[in-house]
Design a protein around this ligand. Sequence first.
Ligand SMILES: [Zn+2]
Length: 193
Amino acid sequence: MDDQTINEMVIKCPVCSIEGVAKSIMKEIEIPHFGKVMETTIKCPSCGFKHSDIITLEQNDPAKYILEINKNNLSIRVVRSQSATVIIPEIGIKVEPGPKSEGYVTNVEGVLTRFESAVKKALNLFEDDESQKNGLDVLNHIKELKDGNENATLIMLDPFGQSNIVSDNVEILEIPEDELRELKTGFSYIEDT
Ligand SMILES: [Zn+2]
């Protein structure tokens, strides 16, 4: 993956409003067998705010991407746009797009790491026994997946076709009308089953 910074500027932080400290960095990322992606990251060292978005330069049809997560697929490139829903049904994880959701370019292992930190955050917020038990259970499964000891399914649904899983092993399906209508653009959360 080749990164090239094409623009960097100092901005007013959208969260703490401090002037002259926060940075907006625009990068062009070339992804083999896919194309170019623009990534914009805003970082504020003053309040710790960090947010990234990606824009893919090609527009595809709405699509559902299905990939088996196994030890051979951990390094497969994943492009997740802000509008994509990401699901691992076997471990009860579903992340839906929302105002705070981020676009990112990573690999399957990186997606798992993101879920891991989201679950850890949730564990700090929800202290009841049930949530703790579920959370720890999910973390366990994520660890086993990252270590290549378990298999599961990674499903990504993007109503705007801006996302992608770059692999010959990926199954790409159309999103049926009724499922397309159900897709959230609201807030994001981690759902326990
Ligand atoms: Zn700030």
